[in-house]
Design a protein around this ligand. Structure first.
Ligand code: PRP
Ligand code: HPA
Ligand code: MG
Length: 182
C-alpha cells in the first residue's frame, strides 16, 4: 500500500496538530451550545474521529453517507444519498465535517438540503480544500490544509475504495491509475 504512494503531502503529525488547533477553535465557537456534528461518509470518518476528541463541549453525532465519485477521479456531478441522518435538523446548529472540498457539489447539495430542513445554523469544517477543482460556489468556515490540483488519497480519501487507512495524505504513483510514469 505505502509503495503505491509517489509523495506524502501532509504527514500524520501535521494532521494531528491541525485537529488539535481546529478542535480548540470549535470548542470556543460552540461553548454552551449543543451542536449536531455530521460526518460525511465514508471519507470524513478518520478526520471526524480525531477532530471530535479535541472539541470540549457537548455535541451530538450523526452521519450521512453520500457519494458522487464512485471509482472515478472526477465527480459524476450527481450526489447520491446512501444513508440519511437519523436526527431532525430543524432548529439545530450543524457542523458538517468533510475530508475534502473539490468541485463543491457534495457540500452544495448538503447545505441546500439542511437549509431546506430549517437548520438554525450550518458550519462546514474540512480537512482539505482543493480550490482549483471548484464548480459550485461553496466555502468552508474552517479549513485544515489547501491541496494542489492533484487527486489525493489517505486518511479517509480513497481511490477505488483503497488507501482510506493510510495515516497521511499523499499522491499516487501514476501507474496506479493507469497514467504515464514521469
Ligand atoms: O467537492 P466534491 O467534488 O463533491 O468532492 C468531495 C467529496 O467527494 C468524496 O466523496 P465520494 O463521493 O468519493 O464518497 P466517499 O467519501 O465514500 O469516498 C469526498 O469524500 C467528499 O465527500
Ligand atoms: O482528490 C481527491 N481524492 C479522493 N477523493 C476525492 N473526492 C474529491 N476529490 C478527491
Ligand atoms: Mg471517494
Amino acid at each position: 500500500m505505502h509503495n503505491d504512494i509517489k509523495e506524502i503531502l501532509i504527514s500524520k503529525e501535521a494532521i494531528e496538530a491541525k485537529c488539535k488547533e481546529i478542535g480548540r477553535q470549535l470548542t470556543k465557537e460552540y461553548d454552551g451550545k449543543f451542536p449536531l456534528a455530521i460526518g460525511v461518509l465514508k471519507g470524513a470518518m478518520p478526520f471526524m474521529a480525531d477532530l471530535l476528541r479535541y472539541i470540549e463541549t457537548n455535541l451530538e453525532m450523526d452521519f450521512m453517507d453520500v457519494t458522487s465519485y464512485g471509482d472515478a477521479m472526477q465527480s459524476s456531478g450527481e450526489v447520491k444519498i446512501v444513508k440519511d441522518l437519523n436526527t431532525k435538523v430543524e432548529g439545530r446548529d450543524l457542523l458538517i465535517i468533510e475530508d475534502i472540498i473539490d468541485s463543491g457539489l457534495t457540500l452544495k447539495y448538503l447545505v441546500d438540503l439542511f437549509k431546506y430542513r430549517k437548520a438554525n445554523s450550518v458550519k462546514i469544517v474540512t480537512l482539505l480544500d482543493k480550490p482549483s477543482g471548484r464548480s459550485a460556489a461553496i466555502k468552508a468556515d474552517l479549513i485544515g490544509f489547501e491541496v494542489p490540483n492533484e487527486f489525493v488519497v489517505g486518511y479517509g480519501l480513497d481511490y477505488q475504495e483503497k488507501y482510506r487507512n493510510l495515516p497521511y495524505i499523499g499522491v499516487l504513483k501514476p501507474k496506479i491509475y493507469g497514467g504515464e510514469e514521469i
